[in-house]
Design a protein around this ligand. Structure first.
Ligand code: DC
Length: 229
């Protein structure tokens, strides 16, 4: 499918709803670039842990982000589909998805000035060409004029099962009970934060992936993209 140069697709949803996999696969299918914006908040969480900066210290976090000269580039050939280079080193999936990073990232993402810096940079990135962006506030704040907005949900049970399978594949055996508690707590923090809380944009298509596979979700969204052109 040939796509217009200004095409923007926003995919938002709660933790472990499958939005990054869906966004990555959709971008591949459309032959356009992709960014998981959660990785940027995770990069800042990693830098904060490394520098001993508290997740509550908004000013220090904003200074840290600037000082680390973080560079985000979209690159279909990169393992993640994009690259994040901070303080001269590329951050990989294991670093960004570590349990320590996951434990503090929602607190970091709740700060208004942190979000301002992230949104500014995400808008600059989106100006480069057609893009699929995944996150929590893409359809509501970052790309309010995106031609296609998806809010991807799934039941807590489905999300727990998916996250457990991913973790087991990586050799991490966390109980379903603990995962359910973690996912529910992250949902609560993302939904209840005062700045840009997780919520579907009024014009978003809500897609429930609890009982449909990634391929079906991707084709459903590709159909919406086709009709939006
Ligand atoms: O999708 P994820 O689990 O990698 O997101 C990590 C955290 O960043 C999560 O707490 C939600 C937050 N986030 C956000 O607030 N806005 C975004 N656009 C992307 C992620």
């Amino acid at each position: 499918m040939s796509v217009p140069s200004h095409l923007q697709i926003a995919i938002d949803g709660p933790a472990a709803s499958g939005k990054t996999t869906v966004a990555f696969r959709l971008a591949q299918a459309l032959g356009i670039l992709y960014l998981d914006t959660g990785a940027m908040y995770r990069a800042l969480a990693f830098l904060a842990l490394r520098s001993g900066i508290d997740a509550d210290n908004e000013s220090a976090l904003v200074r840290l982000w600037t000082a680390a000269n973080v560079r985000v580039t979209l690159d279909a050939d990169a393992p993640l589909g994009f690259r994040i280079v901070a303080a001269g080193a590329e951050l990989d999936e294991a670093t960004l998805q570590s349990n320590q990073v996951t434990a503090i990232v929602s607190t970091i993402a709740a700060h208004a000035r942190v979000r301002e810096a992230m949104v500014r940079s995400q808008r600059e990135i989106s100006a480069g060409g057609p893009v699929v962006m995944a996150g929590r506030d893409i359809g509501t704040v970052v790309l309010p004029f995106a031609q296609v907005k998806i809010f991807l949900t799934a039941s807590v049970q489905a999300r727990v099962e998916r996250r457990r399978a991913q973790l087991l594949a990586a050799g991490d055996n966390i109980s379903e009970h603990q995962l359910a508690q973690e996912i529910e707590e992250r949902d609560r923090l993302d939904r209840e934060r005062p700045v840009s809380p997780l919520a579907p944009a009024p014009d978003a298509h809500v897609v429930d992936s609890s009982s449909i596979g990634v391929d079906d979700v991707v084709s459903e969204i590709a159909g919406l993209v086709e009709r939006a052109r």
